[in-house]
Design a binder for this molecule. Structure first.
Ligand code: NAD
Length: 375
């Protein structure tokens, strides 16, 4: 079995799908691994590092595509790349099956078997494969670091001879994986932190990190599905949340928003009026920019200024921490592939409760029902 890793060629991408330590593990399982020259440079890994781990290096991207049996990727390959793969070749990565389902039709048409890491079920057995959590962890951390760098003040409470410096106030909207990491990081830097989420379970987690949980009375409605994800709420419930957020936004230096509802536009949590009510010098970092944003002024990957308030929405923060993002991702990918490798060959069991649900295309068809329904 030939595992191929290409250099990610999307703008701003610096991660790599497999780090040398993962290559070593796969080679020990009798797989052969080929890496496109320079694929690891963004993540501070040289061709030599990969060679030492047992990989072969090639600069011929097209030949690599043609010879791949399995191709772990960070981002979804372009249609022309799918077309170069062998029928039956396996691709695994962030394929955005629920945001851009039609972009996976070329994979089906080319007979590629595509696994989307976004669809790996969040069951206990698959925790080590949870690439969404890995990237959300990195993004939540980095959002706070960017925030600390951008605002015109310090984070911690300081008592100095020149007087007291009050701590920064940080509000985190959406207390899932990214939000909780943002809360933990902001707390470590000394900020006073508040968290908000519609899932009841999130409240306990926010409090356990030493932050205050903003509670809104949603009238006992159902806020999460069986998988633990938030559901889309009624306008009335959303408005109650927005009013509470607008009130707290007035005193906040940084709002970090991470709220998502899988397969839907990101919920709008910060209205234009709420931004207008914020202090000069304060900042909104919207991590939901790729799916429409949690703030009314958000423009993905742009900087918006309003009355001294800045709104930014970086869509690929994980790529700005490429070493650790690649390391975590590469371990997630290896954890997914390893149980399927038998005597150096990939044996796909679609009845497996992790493998089956994460498959989007197989044998020329879109096999995931959620994705085919969207098409
Ligand atoms: P996500 O990225 O889908 O959403 C981020 C957060 O936004 C979630 O906490 C969600 O509740 C919140 N949100 C959605 N709509 C909102 C609204 N209108 N107002 C405020 N907040 C809103 O979520 P995620 O970080 O990927 O995690 C989602 C769930 O999965 C959580 O329950 C998490 O604990 C769970 N999880 C389980 C595992 C596992 O068991 N392996 C791993 C990771 C996450």
């Amino acid at each position: 079995m030939n595992i191929v890793v290409l250099r990610e060629n999307q703008q701003g991408e610096s991660r790599v799908a497999l780090m040398p330590e993962a290559v070593k593990k796969l080679v020990a399982l009798k797989a052969s691994v080929q890496i496109e020259s320079s694929a690891g440079l963004g993540a501070a890994r040289s061709d030599e590092d990969y060679r030492n781990a047992g990989a072969e290096i090639s600069a011929d991207r097209n030949a690599l595509l043609e010879s791949a049996d399995v191709m772990p990727v960070v981002n979804r390959p372009a249609a022309v790349d799918f077309a170069r793969l062998k029928k039956g070749a396996v691709v695994i990565g962030f394929l955005r099956p629920l945001d851009e389902p039609s972009a996976l039709q070329p994979a089906a048409d080319c007979g590629v078997t595509a696994f989307a890491v976004e669809l790996i079920p969040r069951i206990t057995r698959a925790q080590s494969m949870d690439a969404l959590s890995s990237m959300a962890t990195v993004a939540g951390y980095k959002a706070v670091i960017i925030g600390a760098d951008r605002i015109p003040r310090m984070f911690p409470l300081l008592m100095t001879a020149a007087g007291t410096v009050p701590p920064a106030r940080v509000l985190v909207l959406g207390a899932g994986v990214a939000g909780l990491q943002a809360i933990a990081t902001a707390k470590r830097l000394g900020a006073v932190v508040e968290g908000y989420d519609v899932r009841a379970a999130a409240g306990e987690q926010v409090k356990s990190l030493g932050a205050t949980f903003l509670e809104v009375d949603l009238g006992g409605i159902k806020t999460e599905d069986a998988g633990g994800y938030a559901v889309e709420l009624s306008d009335e419930a959303m408005n109650r949340g927005r009013a509470l957020i607008a009130e707290h936004a007035k005193q906040t230096d940084i709002i970090i928003t991470t709220a998502q509802v899988p397969g839907r536009r990101a919920p709008l949590l910060i209205t234009e009026d709420a931004v207008n009510g914020m202090k000069r010098g304060s900042l909104v970092i919207d991590l939901a920019g790729a799916t429409g944003g949690n703030c009314a002024l958000t423009k993905a990957d742009e900087i918006v200024e309003r009355n001294g308030v800045t709104v930014i929405a970086p869509t690929n923060l994980a790529a700005t921490v490429p070493v650790h993002a690649s390391q975590l991702y590469s371990r997630n990918i290896t954890a997914f592939l390893t149980p399927m490798i038998k005597d150096g060959q990939l044996q796909i069991d679609m009845n497996d409760d992790v493998v089956g649900p994460s498959c989007v295309t197989h044998n020329g068809e879109i096999v995931n029902k959620r994705v085919s329904d969207m098409l």
